[in-house]
Design a protein around this ligand. Structure first.
Ligand code: C2E
Ligand code: MG
Ligand code: MG
Ligand code: MG
Length: 287
């Protein structure tokens, strides 16, 4: 009976697996043309100083408009790019485009996501250096977001790349902090400048399931980042109640749909020029 159930299961899953393989192959094939066909673009999600409710950074988020499939999410196509060797050219394009756009913003930092695959390439610091040099953006206005992985904390090649990047003067943040592979005792030794707390950590805040735990966790992370010291950005702020709690705790930086969704380049410029009048939660300066 077990055997038959097993066989039935295989038969049932086969079409789905075929579809997934076919989708992967289509994405891999078309992604190699996406750059030259100008199908990639960047959106910018503002990061706010929660005291003043003012945008101080923006995270560049990659968008792909496929001619037949429509919008494909980076959560789906970045892993494809990593597996078929396209993350380096795509990542280099993202860096340049983000640096060039940031030249139009006064004093606002641009954050660029970097995949673990890029971080393990010895030539990556040179890619960053030439993006800065060619666009003329000062290194202090560029921050790189590194997703939390074992390689980030423990791979010697990654450590060398991190040190070289810090010497350039760019900021380095650990992304999705608290949801991946953490090595808290190594945190002190890494040449990083910030952490971005994953949105899963604040989901129940303040009164939902796990709300009291989320508050305790936040206070612990705030203590740690103040001590080291590191910039702290809380991701995934969706509700007015979450925002109020974070402001009450005096959490420095935040981002999320409740403050602003990712914007086009034009929309972000308008936000910078028009002040914070368009915030969905009508957040008020806390002090
Ligand atoms: P991430 O770096 O953690 O980026 C945050 C993601 O959360 C973005 O999804 C953003 O749109 C979404 N988000 C922001 N606020 C909220 C909120 O309040 N609630 C919820 N539920 N989501 C929110 P997106 O744009 O789909 O990007 C997904 C991931 O793809 C990013 O996660 C990042 O890891 C990766 N990614 C995006 N652009 C790039 C890139 O240029 N290079 C690399 N290597 N990865 C990228
Ligand atoms: Mg990120
Ligand atoms: Mg993140
Ligand atoms: Mg995240």
């Amino acid at each position: 009976a077990v055997k038959r159930a097993g066989r039935r299961q295989v038969r049932r899953y086969q079409p789905q697996q075929d579809a997934a393989t076919e989708r992967f192959q289509v994405l891999a094939r078309d992604l190699s043309l996406a750059l030259s066909r100008r199908e990639l673009s960047l959106h910018y999600q503002p990061v706010f100083c929660l005291r003043e409710m003012r945008p101080v950074k923006a995270e560049a988020l990659l968008r792909w408009r496929h001619p037949e499939l429509g919008m494909v999410s980076p959560g789906e196509f970045i892993p494809v790019a990593e597996r078929v060797g396209l993350i380096a050219p795509i990542g280099a394009w993202v860096l340049r485009a983000a640096c060039r756009e940031a030249l139009r913003w006064d004093d606002v930092t641009v954050s660029v996501n970097v995949s673990a695959v890029q971080l393990l390439q010895a030539e990556f610091p040179q890619v960053v250096r030439s993006a800065l040099k060619d666009t003329g953006l000062s290194a202090q206005r560029l921050e790189l977001e590194l997703t939390e992985t074992a390689a980030l904390y423990e791979d010697d090649r990654a450590a060398r790349v991190l040190h070289e990047l810090r010497l350039l003067g760019v900021g380095l943040s650990i992304d999705d902090f608290g949801s991946g592979y953490s090595n808290l005792s190594r945190l002190r030794a890494l040449p990083i400048t910030g952490v971005k707390l994953d949105r899963s950590c604040i989901e129940g805040l303040p009164d939902g399931p796990g709300g009291a735990f989320a508050r305790a966790l936040l206070e612990a992370v705030m203590g740690l980042t103040r001590y080291l010291p590191l910039d702290l950005t809380v991701e995934g702020i969706e509700s007015a109640a979450q925002l109020a709690t974070l402001q009450e705790l005096d959490c420095p930086l935040g981002q999320g749909h409740g403050l602003s969704r990712p914007l086009t380049d034009t929309e972000f410029l308008a936000l910078l020029r028009g002040g914070s009048g368009t915030l969905p939660l009508h957040g008020q300066p806390a002090h």
